[in-house]
Design a protein around this ligand. Structure first.
Ligand SMILES: Nc1ncnc2c1ncn2[C@@H]1O[C@H](COP(=O)(O)OP(=O)(O)O)[C@@H](O)[C@H]1O
Ligand SMILES: [Mg+2]
Length: 254
């Protein structure tokens, strides 16, 4: 995956255009698990939406598995799975049917797709809840279902946009550990967007520090960085590179 000199401009109010990404260049190798960390509003989700081909860059090139994700959206179908902050489960489907959905779209026979879905639910400790509907599951369990759903289609790339930030600390920490383990065991490529420095250090092989307007201000190979400095000093470094938060209308940091 790569971004080369990418810009994304949104039309602003009062004729002031607004850059959500500018001079954004980065490369992510296959098999890497990269955490993207930055303050709210710095352009992380914009980068994410460019990666999944939801929006078109104003300038520069985005390449995912060798193709332009915006113009070749179909070519990437099934090769990328996404986990968002909001679980986006279908409320009228059981956990099992949610996880099996992507395989159903591929017309996999019911018994086979349900076996795969059940296996992923088991890996996430949810086999006993497979036939429950999302409304009767906790937030943490729903996010486990989303993770199972993301893995069930056996994609090459997993992309997460702040998937655990609405969960309590302990639940989030557990899920992040399991997510990292599963990505590594299955040898997938992962991009994990977060505003939490702790989370970025816990998840990433490498950390890209984003700064507004969406560009990479610094990057760290976590294992190497932790040989050179202790975790506290790495956190301070990352925080310094995140820069000032863009201000909101009421003068409070967002
Ligand atoms: N569709 C849009 N139209 C106009 N401005 C947008 C749009 N999406 C994002 N932005 C702006 O781009 C900047 C980056 O947003 P975003 O990528 O969502 O940041 P993050 O995910 O890091 O919080 C923000 O200033 C945001 O208000
Ligand atoms: Mg965001």
């Amino acid at each position: 995956m790569s971004f080369e000199g990418v810009a994304k401009r949104f039309d602003g109010d009062e004729a002031r255009d607004h850059y959500a990404a500018r001079d954004l260049s980065l490369t992510i190798e296959r098999g890497e698990l990269v955490a993207v960390v930055g303050k709210t509003g710095c352009g992380k989700s914009t980068m994410f939406n460019l990666l999944i081909g939801l929006i078109e860059p104003t300038a520069g090139r985005v390449s995912v598995l060798g193709v332009d994700p915006f113009h070749r959206f179909d070519a990437l179908a099934g090769k990328i799975s996404v986990v968002f902050q909001n679980d986006r489960l279908m409320p009228w489907r059981s956990a099992l049917a949610n996880v099996a959905y992507g395989l159903e779209l591929r017309q996999m026979p019911k018994a086979q797709r349900e076996a795969i879905a059940m296996d992923w639910l088991r890996q996430l400790g949810l086999d006993a809840h497979a036939h429950k509907y999302p409304h009767s599951l906790s937030g943490g369990m729903r996010q486990r279902v989303s993770i199972a759903r993301a893995f069930a289609t056996d994609p090459e790339i997993l992309l997460c946009d702040e998937p655990f930030s609405a969960l309590d600390e302990l639940t989030g920490a557990r899920l992040r550990e399991e997510f990292r383990r599963l990505v590594k065991e299955t040898h997938k490529t992962g991009v994990f967007v977060t505003h939490s420095i702790d989370e970025a250090i816990a998840i990433g092989d490498r950390i890209l520090v984003f700064r507004a307007p969406g560009h990479v201000a610094a990057e760290y190979r976590v294992a190497d960085a932790l040989q050179r400095q202790d975790e506290e000093s790495l956190k301070r470094d990352i925080l310094a590179n995140m820069g000032d938060a863009p201000s909101t209308g009421n003068g409070l940091p967002v």
